[in-house]
Write a new protein. Sequence first.
Length: 185
Amino acid sequence: MTTPSPSDLMAWQKIVGAAADGKPGPETFRRTVEWFRDHGWIAPPPLPSDARARVVALARGELGEQNPDKYWSVVQPGLMGHAHDISWCGGFALWCLRMAGLCDWNWKIGSGFLEVKGLPKVSLPEPGDIGYLAKNQHHFVVERVELGKVYSIDGNHMAAPKEGVGTAVRELGDVTAFYSIRNVT
């Protein structure tokens, strides 16, 4: 095997989204593995068997919580103190995944995390998956699906003026998209 030239390595680094400095290193390796995973060349590690239950248990344990700073401090510390000014349902959903030990992602202002991190859309969600409603740009954790209804745990859901973590039931067809956590690890 030959060592790639710095210009070839820089071209590859641009393709995978690493800093294009022509020097191999941990970031280039990590981005290369992610690129191969995202393009179906490497299978993601299997989701731990209890991962879905952990996500749902964490979400359920937060029912009634009304402090969005608790979630933003983990997934987007820059929003601390301003969390009451913005919707925080997505921050809550991501917090559940992080606290379950499934990822170390941060919230990306303006685009969230679902498609940024490449979570696949599915038509029939499983517990722990993330649901999305385009109408309100609302995220939630799927607790279960029964008889065409989605039972969820939602951050920023309780009645104003002090929104909190609550539960909801929706028709399966009323949800814009579901994102599977099966590849998160």
